[in-house]
Structure formats: C-alpha cells, structure tokens
Design a protein around this ligand. Structure first.
Ligand code: HEC
Length: 149
C-alpha cells in the first residue's frame, strides 16, 4: 500500500514538473517568435508615437467613409491630417531614435497621404480606393518589421 501511495506521489510530482516546464517553454517561445526590431522608445515617446498611429487609423476611416459617400473633400481632409503635417509634428527625440530603414517606409507613407489628397480632386472613386489599398501596404510592411519596445 505504502509503495502504491509513494508511486502515485512520485508520478504526481513528475507530471507537475513536466507541465510547469511546458508552460515555461511556451512563454519563452512567444518571445522568440516576435522577431520585430525594437525602436527602443521610452514611455513618453511611445505614447506620442502610438497616438500618431491612431491618427493614421482615423485618417483611413475617414477616407473609407469618403469613398462610400463619394465625397472627395472628406477623402482629402482625412488624408491631409496624416500627410506632411504629421511628419513635421514628430518630436525630435522620437525622430532621432528611428532607424533609416523605418524612415524609408514612414516618409513615403506620409507622401502617399498627400498624394491621395491631391488625387481626390480628379480621380474616380475606384482609383482612389485602389490607391488607398496601396497606401495601406505601407502600414503592413512597417508593422511586420518594427515594434516600439
Ligand atoms: C514606418 C512604420 C509604420 C508605418 C508606415 C505605419 N505604422 Fe502603425 N505602428 C508602427 C509601429 C512600430 C507600431 C507599434 C507596434 C508595437 O509596438 O507592437 C504601430 C502601431 C500602430 C497602431 C496601434 C496604436 C496603439 O495605440 O497601440 C495602429 C492603430 C497603427 N499603427 C496604425 C497604422 C496605420 C493605419 C498605418 C498606415 C496608414 C500605419 N500604422 C503605418 C509602425 C508603422
């Protein structure tokens, strides 16, 4: 009887050790599977940076609403808020930390918002929709490579 109890106890200890190890494995695996490059921003820089990002999402929402309503002014105004105006507003401390490979995607993205604002005056809605999709490829490319911390 004693032996059976001992055996059950040992089996229990081994099983809990194994499941503990498995749990630790997945957590380290999660970190290892996020290969994005860190921009190394501090808390304040990160807050500013992410607020610009949310503004870009707001622009995209306005552009889609404008496309749906066939309203070129709404498209242009929404695009402009994420154009050169935003590029100029990025604080120096953030700008200095951004690697060239980041700027190579970010710079043209703001330019594409400016281009969309100009195109809204002349292009058809389906052409503007295609261009917006092209613009959003920039969001995808950058998000695949970088993270803030
Ligand atoms: C040049 C790089 C770059 C471009 C271009 C870019 N982003 Fe981002 N974005 C980032 C990074 C880096 C993060 C932070 C990701 C992280 O830390 O996990 C981010 C985060 C975000 C977030 C999350 C904000 C939050 O509060 O957490 C949103 C929303 C976002 N981006 C929208 C967009 C949209 C929409 C576009 C395109 C119109 C875009 N971004 C283009 C780099 C970029």
């Amino acid at each position: 009887m004693k032996y059976i109890l001992k055996a059950i106890f040992i089996a229990f200890v081994i099983t809990s050790c194994l499941s503990q190890a498995a749990a630790e494995d997945t957590s380290t695996e999660n970190i290892a599977t996020d290969p994005r490059i860190s921009l190394g921003l501090n808390a304040a820089e990160k807050a500013e940076f992410l607020s610009e990002m949310r503004q870009m999402l707001t622009s995209i929402q306005g552009i889609l609403a404008g496309l749906g309503e066939k309203n070129p002014n709404l498209i242009a105004e929404s695009a402009r808020t994420s154009g050169n105006r935003m590029a100029r507003a990025t604080p120096d401390s953030v700008r200095q930390k951004l690697p060239q490979s980041f700027k190579d995607i970010g710079g043209p993205t703001h330019m594409m918002f400016e281009e969309l604002a100009i195109r809204a005056e002349t292009d058809d809605m389906d052409m503007l929709a295609s261009f917006t999709s092209e613009l959003m490829q920039q969001c995808l490319s950058c998000h695949a490579i970088f993270k803030t911390d």
